[in-house]
Design a protein around this ligand. Sequence first.
Ligand SMILES: Nc1nc2c(c(=O)[nH]1)N[C@@H](CN(C=O)c1ccc(C(=O)N[C@@H](CCC(=O)O)C(=O)O)cc1)CN2
Length: 297
Amino acid sequence: MTTVIDGNEIGDQITEGVAACTDTLVSEGVTPGLATVLMSDDGASETYVSMKQRACNEIGIEGFHHQISADESAEALFSTIDELNADPAVHGILVQMPLPDHVPKRDVLERIDPMKDVDGFHPENVGRLVAGNARYKPCTPHGIQKMLAETGVVTEGKDVVVVGRSDIVGKPMANLLIQYGPGGNATTTVCHSRTDDLADKTRNADIVIAAAGVPEMIDGSMLSAGTTVIDVGINRVDADTEKGYELVGDVDFESAKEKADAITPVPGGVGPLTIAMLLYNTVKAASLQSGVDIRLP
Ligand SMILES: Nc1nc2c(c(=O)[nH]1)N[C@@H](CN(C=O)c1ccc(C(=O)N[C@@H](CCC(=O)O)C(=O)O)cc1)CN2
């Protein structure tokens, strides 16, 4: 029997633990604050930012939102970040990706105070992660680690194939998987658009993590029986629905399910964990900046 991993259930469980930490901080006079910055008119990005704000409100994290028009200069974004860096009510800053082409992404990430970088994308935080001393683990890969642990999928000694080499998922995921300790100790292969014979790599994997942003590119014929399949893709494809689109993953769910021991659906798989781990990092940021000790889940 294939287990369909319920990301909403695991996300809710983690959020409950984070909510208890928020209560502890508030009782000590510290209200965790998260600022989201959106410089885009992309519908999906707008949806994700409002989901993040709603999730904050539900557990008592104070949300601040800054909208910058997509055709503004990069300077407008830099000065917003400078203000948020200096604001003591803001413990976490998240600049929603992707940014418009004229905005230099690396300069934006370096502008954020690393202590407030709850995405874990600042080079200082990336370096700490690679060194095995993470401050803020990037939300999606951290959520996948939690999801595997919760499902009883051990990574130690396993062959894991990560499909995709993005800064948000592929690279940090691979780095977490090769760390010492639980959720790590995996033999990790990173595949990408130039990989020769991808199916040969995925067929030899115990765990496949698909994060390439290509709708349904991994199907059952590319998997061996018993594989754990984690689908990170959330692609909007045109469909005859009320919204005019439907969400599909990077995995062809029906054929992959025939082979998988465990598989995540889209929606309701990895996505909710991304939000839960953002709350986790925000509360951790508030704890680090205030010196109030908490026990994170
Ligand atoms: N600064 C960042 N930008 C982006 C990140 C990130 O981690 N930091 N990740 C992605 C998108 N993302 C968060 O921003 C994200 C995507 C999807 C979901 C989610 O819960 N999806 C739901 C479906 C929602 C829908 O109806 O569209 C699901 O999968 O069930 C959460 C977060 C890019 N940018």
